[in-house]
Write a protein that binds this ligand. Structure first.
Ligand SMILES: Nc1ncnc2c1ncn2[C@@H]1O[C@H](COP(=O)(O)OP(=O)(O)O)[C@@H](O)[C@H]1O
Ligand SMILES: CC(C)(COP(=O)(O)O)[C@@H](O)C(=O)NCCC(=O)O
Ligand SMILES: [K+]
Length: 248
């Protein structure tokens, strides 16, 4: 069985697929390397190899690969930046600087659509990437995601304090907030939705009227109802990972 990892700034997304790549056998989201090792150990799945993408530091990524080798005796392949792959040309001036999770999401989206696409990844940060029908990556935008927006308000003000449960309840409605938690959570969500709207408007300029909109990342569910045309694919980065790191 193959272990696949997407190591973001906040969470590690993991999946186990069968060697024939036909089936996803298990998967989840964990907050730390040790939690990942613990979950995989209890699952008792026999692992033979790992492929991963990481936007963490090289030190952190190598430490994780060492831990996987020690715990399960498996080698890991790490997705690497490239100028061009699978019909897509990286649009950054320095292609190595484009976040690898963005690059893989772009590769995955273009592979699935084979047409112009706008790719939005809503995680710790929110990223957008524009790809033309000919596979030219035109670049994109980065802004703070939901966790960063709310934490900035909590950290840099004295009277904005609330817990996670209240935050979840606050988002069940979007009328003007009548408490701090409602006002902040709904305000940040409107920022998020507004960003996605502006990207869709820009995509019409940069890509023309016909393009596919892909939403991925842990907070994609917060905006998806506003964009019924979107393809919501939590595993989009893993689609790109299979392209960038084929089985040995
Ligand atoms: N099952 C889940 N586990 C963890 N975070 C989740 C989950 N579902 C949604 N989220 C939300 O996803 C966001 C993190 O998204 P993610 O794409 O994992 O970020 P990153 O790639 O930056 O680590 C958080 O704001 C969190 O609230
Ligand atoms: C923009 C990001 C921080 C997003 O990370 P995430 O929210 O997925 O954890 C990451 O893709 C990154 O570190 N990129 C490098 C900078 C760039 O893409 O220009
Ligand atoms: K992201």
């Amino acid at each position: 069985m193959i272990l696949e990892l997407d190591c973001g700034n906040s969470f590690i997304k993991w999946r186990v697929i069968s060697t024939t790549e036909m089936r996803v056998l298990a998967g989840g989201v964990v907050g730390s390397e040790d939690e990942l090792i613990a979950v995989l150990s209890t699952s008792k799945i026999e692992l033979s190899w790992c492929r991963l993408v990481s936007v963490r530091t090289d030190d952190e990524t190598h430490r994780l690969m060492d831990k996987l080798r020690a715990a399960f005796a498996i080698e890991s392949a790490c997705a690497q930046p490239s100028r061009e792959m699978a019909g897509v040309r990286n649009g950054y001036d320095d292609y190595q600087r484009l976040g690898l999770d963005r690059w893989l999401a772009v590769l995955g989206a273009y592979h699935l659509s084979n047409s112009a696409c706008l790719v939005l990844d809503l995680g710790t940060a929110v990223t957008s990437d524009f790809v033309s029908g000919a596979g030219e990556h035109l670049g994109g935008f980065i802004c703070p995601g939901m966790p960063l927006m709310r934490n900035q308000l909590r950290t840099h003000t004295r009277r904005i304090r609330y817990g996670d449960d209240a935050a979840e309840r606050a988002l069940q409605q979007m009328v003007p907030g009548r408490s701090t938690v409602e006002a902040v959570e709904r305000g940040c969500l409107l920022m998020l939705q507004g960003f996605v709207h502006t990207q869709v408007v820009q995509a019409r300029d940069w890509l023309g009227a016909s393009f596919e909109l892909y939403l991925t990342g842990g907070d994609a569910f917060l905006v998806k109802d506003e964009f019924p045309q979107a393809k919501v694919l939590p595993d989009l980065v893993f689609v790109g990972l299979a392209i960038a790191c084929p089985l040995p």
